[in-house]
Design a protein around this ligand. Sequence first.
Ligand code: 13P
Length: 278
Amino acid sequence: MASLVTFNEILPQARKDGRAVGAFNVANLETVLSVFRAAEHEKSPIIIQVYQRLFNDERAELIAAMTARLVARSDIPVALHLDHGTSVEQIRKAIDIGYTSVMIDGSQLSFADNIALTSEAVKVAHQAGVTIEAEIGHVPFGDGEIELSTAAEAVEFVEKTGVDALAISIGTAHGFYKKEPVLDIERAAEIGRRVAIPLVLHGGTGVPENQLKKAIGCGVAKINIATELQNMFLRGVAQELDKNGDKFKPLDLYFKPVEEKIIEFVSGKIRAFSEGGC
Ligand code: 13P
């Protein structure tokens, strides 16, 4: 019976091969199932990730049970990841309920405090055999200020904390963009030359694929997508409602065509991330 994997089983190899693994934020049964089905369809490793807020009730735990069940019947390497973890306690909770990877997000702290918090979280994660991602610079949510990462900070941060994957800020933001983003590929290339661990790109929604491919060529081995997938789910349901009018239709039948759209979307992203070129 297959089980969930950590980042170490998928990301270092992806970086070596010059490709990235897609990391998709799920929030309900249908999004978990669709992301998983896409990975099976493409015979590709995948990261299923859950935003930290969902750890405030049973959702994160139920998603873990469901993902583990799907993985047990499959030979696709799947990592289950806490996205934007806020504290060491939250990381302990994620480990307790079966997550194989976690992120500690100290990107809004000072550099020294980010190192201190991340180092503590790394100890907890590694003791449990779980991999850990952290962020330097800051990839904002919405209109917040982008704080770019530097190569010097990346080198020092990785050396001092021992993280397994490093999220860098090279011009992306979370959510839809008002204006097409332009990634700082030079910066990514310099960080990639000086840091050997897999790099992570947050804010994948709306970034043109040619820019993503360049980032992959610089060492980005994990690309996060949340907004585009979740918006597609909601809009898909709204379209189905419009089509059906006032007649009753069971939920599962409403969701079916929407799941097909998500599977197609995620499959396309997996293929797009399969090779880079700096
Ligand atoms: P988007 O919502 O912009 O796709 O970003 C996803 C992300 O980075 C999750 O951490």
